[in-house]
Design a protein around this ligand. Structure first.
Ligand code: PMT
Length: 222
């Protein structure tokens, strides 16, 4: 692992799930544990980068030597990401499992049980990684694609549509990899190339991904 290769670079990483309030006591969320994003934050720090980790609610310890910004909803995460990238950002990695939709109306009081059936209307959340990648002076922007079918094709689509420099295709239909697992196996895609990583710990994989980003972004030491 190339120590010091990201010296002087600022890396911003989103991790974990977001929570979208239904009322003051309930929310919509997903099974992201934050393990992948936290492992990336540690690997980037070990490579010498100054790292900000913007995290949804998870049960992991905050990595040492990393700026930590806890958030809850997708809207909070967007705000934190925009202001962090405003400061300076060379590499932006979106490992968070951001809720695509949030309840449109959030009452101030707890919803009482009454009808047998209830409908909660959802509206689309802003796309954080797409918004960072749309900047004029965009950082090297890396996304994940968590898919349960046609994994590579959907990942390829997101690479183009979100204007990313790299996307990490994660088959989350396999229990051994993806949400809340210790290990992962992924295919990383970029314009005109790809590399697959076989089953390994998220921490080992994170180091390999940071190495790949470093060489694709031309930060490798000669
Ligand atoms: O946290 P773990 O338990 O370790 O699990 C890891 C993981 C499976 C969560 C991780 O490897 C992963 O795949 N993260 C992305 C999950 C996801 O939301 O994928 P997506 O295909 O829905 O989104 C595509 C990309 O857009 C992602 O980089 C996502 O962070 C980003 N996005 C999505 C929606 C949104 N509103 N804003 C975003 O920035």
């Amino acid at each position: 692992f190339s120590e010091g290769v990201l010296q002087g670079k600022r890396v911003v990483i989103t991790a974990g799930p977001t929570r979208e309030a239904i009322d003051p006591v309930r929310y919509v969320s997903n099974h992201s544990s934050g393990k992948m994003g936290y492992a990336l934050a540690i690997a980037a720090r070990n490579a010498g980068a100054s790292v900000e980790l913007i995290s949804g609610p998870v049960a992991l310890p905050v990595p040492e030597g990393v700026k930590y910004t806890p958030v809850s909803s997708a809207v909070d995460m967007l705000e934190a990401a925009e202001s962090s990238v405003d400061q300076q950002c060379d590499i932006f990695i979106a490992a968070a499992a951001v809720a695509d939709y949030r309840p449109e109306q959030v009452p101030e009081q707890k919803i009482k049980k009454s009808q047998d059936k209830m409908v909660i209307e959802l509206i689309k959340n802003p796309d954080i990684v797409a918004s960072i990648a749309a900047r004029k002076d965009k950082p090297f922007t890396v996304g994940f694609a968590a898919e349960t079918q046609s994994v590579i094709a959907y990942a390829e689509g997101k690479l183009q549509k979100k204007n990313l420099d790299m996307i990490i295709a994660n088959d989350v239909s396999d229990q051994r990899i993806g949400f809340n697992s210790e290990d992962n196996a992924v295919t990383v895609l970029w314009q005109g190339g790809r590399e697959s990583f076989s089953l390994q710990s998220k921490s080992l994989l994170a180091g390999n991904i940071i190495d790949l980003i470093t060489s694709r972004a031309n930060y490798s030491k000669n």
